[in-house]
Design a protein around this ligand. Structure first.
Ligand code: PDD
Length: 285
């Protein structure tokens, strides 16, 4: 069976699905998105992702194109039609179609597209059990990184720098020399004092849903944790490092630039944190 996409109220053949060339998402990146993970036939932290989508829409004054309660129906349908047991659902809302003009009218009808993708267990397990390399690069993004907007060009460039250096992720370095987050994930270290650290939630980072679930789990387990930024010196001295995101869960980092983390293999706590995360995240049909 071929893939199916949801485009502005209609289910259509993925290969033939189209949006208008004057969609503001296409011309101005004027829109927001969410990535929902499907794990063993369950949606992971669905409500938290939906809530963040509505926050992003509200911050940009974009109206929801469908009722809040209709999202789950369409997401589930995409999962079913695309036979996804493990994978992800990508959902995008843009301000809509209008003749190209920077300013916008409130009467534009917002656009929605939903696609689904199967991800094999092997792809996921490879990174989790072998760890990944990270390359640092300057954080060139805007001042509202807390909004999950389509404005992803700096992330695209950063990820490419990482890829060209044999890394799966880029860690973005702010003007103060501290890591803000990854190009598409949150960044963490277990520092030399055995304290888990990740950048505090502010407008310089996206408040990751995976980050939030892990923090909840860490608190339940009484694990020492601090929302505190870190720099390259802290990374050099770190015992472990990892990233969190909907698509990578908790994935160990074994090298940052030419700095080996620990002994250059996934640390012993990374899997413990993954386990804590999985117990804390909310799985639902
Ligand atoms: N990215 N920071 C950034 C910049 C991100 O793009 C993401 C997610 C995260 C982690 O957020 P969450 O835990 O809610 O997935 C942090 C998704 C996966 C993406 O753009 O594909």
């Amino acid at each position: 069976m071929s893939r199916v996409a949801f485009v502005n109220g209609k289910y259509c053949d993925f290969k033939k699905s189209k949006v208008h060339i004057e969609d503001r998402g296409y011309q101005f990146a004027d829109g927001v998105y969410e990535v929902f993970t499907v794990f063993d036939n369950n949606l992971v932290d669905y409500n938290a992702h939906l809530q963040r989508l509505f926050r992003s829409l509200s911050e940009l004054s974009i109206k929801t194109p469908i009722a809040k309660k209709a999202y789950l129906f369409h997401i589930q349908k995409i999962i079913k039609l695309n036979l996804i047991n493990n994978g992800l659902v990508y959902l995008q809302v843009t301000r809509g179609v209008a003749s190209r003009d920077f300013k916008y009218s409130d009467s534009i009808k917002s656009s929605i597209t939903i696609t689904g993708k199967i991800i094999s267990d092997d792809t996921f397990n490879h990174s989790v059990f072998n760890g990944i390399n990270v390359t640092t690069t300057k954080d060139l993004r805007w001042k509202r990184c807390d909004i999950k907007s389509l404005n992803l060009l700096p992330a695209v460039l950063a990820k490419q720098v990482a890829f060209n250096n044999g890394s799966k992720e880029a860690w973005l370095v702010g003007d103060d020399g501290f890591i803000t987050e990854g190009s598409s994930s949150n960044a963490w270290i277990l520092d030399k004092n055995n304290i888990l650290r990740t950048t505090p939630k502010n407008s310089n980072i996206l408040g990751g849903i995976t980050r939030e679930s892990l923090i909840r789990g860490l608190k339940t387990h009484g694990i020492k944790f601090k929302e505190s930024k870190f720099n390259l010196i802290d990374i050099k001295n770190a015992k472990e490092a990892f990233i969190t995101s909907a698509t990578t869960f908790v994935t160990p980092v074994i090298k940052v630039n030419n700095i080996k983390i620990g002994n250059g293999k996934p640390g012993k706590f990374a899997l413990v944190f993954l386990d804590i995360y999985k117990k804390s995240a909310i799985f639902s049909k």
